[in-house]
Ligand binder design. Structure first.
Ligand code: RFL
Ligand code: PHB
Length: 393
């Protein structure tokens, strides 16, 4: 088999890259190790930055998002019994967010791929990028018991944190930066009307978050210890713990109901540098992970793909390699900005098991400062909104 770009991983990064390359007249093949049903069953992100929304719209993926997504202006932070402030991203930056599930984006991407009869091979096994530093890289894999070699000009590693692509970059070239947090998030999806705003709560019993997918679908999270077992968390236990962690009037406004999904995710910050090696280019979670506190992971996958598809399009249109050469440095500027913001919000909003009384007081006074300072709120709004995409130079 031969293609121009072999894309490993059919998550949001891989499928969006395939769509954007197609629109630039570049052919790709997507190799995904899981089934489509499995990929669609993963409940993950929900909050899209304006830049992400713009990219999706510009690539024909906005129709259902604009119909079913829920636009909002910012997020609320609450702590203590009643302290709170609203980070008004719209007021400070004129940008809005859209709550629209990653599952829906993934469905929209598969639908668009089907329409253009894209080659998306699911349940591809033993996928392996080969000869990435040569002019003629290729990918080997097994598909329906047949061993296949896919020759290509470039390989895009969009295979998430546990994928194979990053691992082919040799030690000594790759630098990894990592921080693991001593807790996880227990998430519940329920068919109940959400609270009107996204609310992040810092409470002595731990962090809690209220979010949404649409007017009839809510998403809530609780900070839990890493050894938490899902079986120990009945719906009743989840709702009563959530209500304890929110101030009274918000707790009373939470409409509870049966969960339709419940899962636990560990929290981690991770960045791999550089994001390219020879003709292999990493995008999305394959290159970096953020704790979900800033709602940045999917948005970073989209900005990586925006830069990478533009760089590949420039190569095929004009034979220019300068954007490909600069891809890693450009993508990493935005990555580190969001990595830092997610780390900051994680520290601000969670209860760390080993925190000293000093740490606790410092955290409380950081919240007090944020509440009192217009400038601090403007700075946080700018970071939460995500940096604008850089122009091609
Ligand atoms: P994905 O989604 O992990 O997709 C990678 C794909 O690659 C496949 N794969 C392979 N295929 C072939 N061969 C191999 N060897 C392969 N190894 C892996 C996998 O099966 C998979 O299909 O990475 P991608 O595309 O980079 O997308 C990243 C996002 O999924 C991720 O950043 C977000 O979900 C993070 N995230 C959030 N991001 C946001 O922007 N806003 C949010 O509100 C938000 N909330 C969240 C989140 C992530 C969470 N969890 C569970 C980690 C909330 C949670 C709870
Ligand atoms: C979500 O809706 O799933 C969500 C919202 C905000 C976050 C993380 C996840 O910070």
């Amino acid at each position: 088999m031969r293609t121009q770009v072999a894309i490993i991983g059919g998550g949001p990064a891989g499928m969006l890259l395939s769509e954007m390359l197609h629109r630039a007249g570049v052919h790709s093949v997507v190799l995904e190790q899981r089934s489509r049903a499995y990929v669609l069953s993963r409940i993950r992100a929900g909050v899209l930055e304006q830049g992400t929304v713009d990219v999706l719209r510009a690539n024909g993926l906005g129709e259902r998002m604009d119909r079913e997504g829920h636009a909002h202006d910012g997020m609320k932070i609450v702590w203590g019994s009643s302290d709170s402030f609203f980070i008004d991203v719209y007021k400070h930056l004129g940008k809005r967010f859209v709550a629209y599930g990653q599952t829906n984006i993934q469905e929209d991407l598969f639908a668009a791929a089907d329409q253009r009869e894209a080659t998306v091979l699911t349940e591809a096994e033993d996928v392996q990028p080969m000869d990435v530093t040569s002019e003629r890289p290729y990918v080997t894999f097994k598909y329906r018991d047949e061993a296949i070699r896919l020759d290509c000009d470039f390989i895009a590693g969009c295979d998430g944190f546990h994928g194979v692509s990053r691992k082919t970059i040799p030690q000594g070239v790759l630098r990894e930066f990592e921080k693991v947090y001593p807790f996880g998030w227990l998430g519940v999806l329920s068919e109940t009307p959400p609270l009107p705003d996204i609310v992040y709560a810092n409470h002595p019993r731990g962090f809690a978050l209220a979010s949404m997918r649409n007017e009839r679908l809510s998403r809530y999270y609780l900070q839990v210890p890493l050894d938490t077992k899902i079986e120990d968390w009945s719906d009743d236990r989840f709702w009563s713990e959530l209500q304890v962690r929110f101030p009274r009037e918000l707790a009373d406004a939470v409409i509870t109901g049966a969960s339709i999904e419940k899962s636990i995710a560990p929290l981690r910050s991770f960045v791999a540098e550089p994001m390219s090696h020879g003709r292999l280019f990493l995008a999305g979670d394959a290159a970096h992970i953020v704790p979900p506190t800033g709602a940045k992971g999917l948005n970073l996958a989209v900005s990586d793909v925006f830069y990478l598809s533009r760089a590949m399009a420039a190569f095929y249109e004009r034979g220019s390699t300068s954007l490909l050469d600069g891809y890693s440095a450009m993508a990493l500027r935005r990555v580190w900005s969001s990595v830092r913001t997610s780390w900051y919000l994680t520290n601000l909003l969670h209860r760390f098991p080993a925190a000293s009384e000093f740490d606790q007081r410092a955290q409380e006074y950081e919240l007090t400062y944020l509440k009192s300072s217009h400038h601090a709120q403007a700075a946080l709004a700018e970071q939460y909104a995500g940096l604008p995409f850089e122009e091609a130079v």
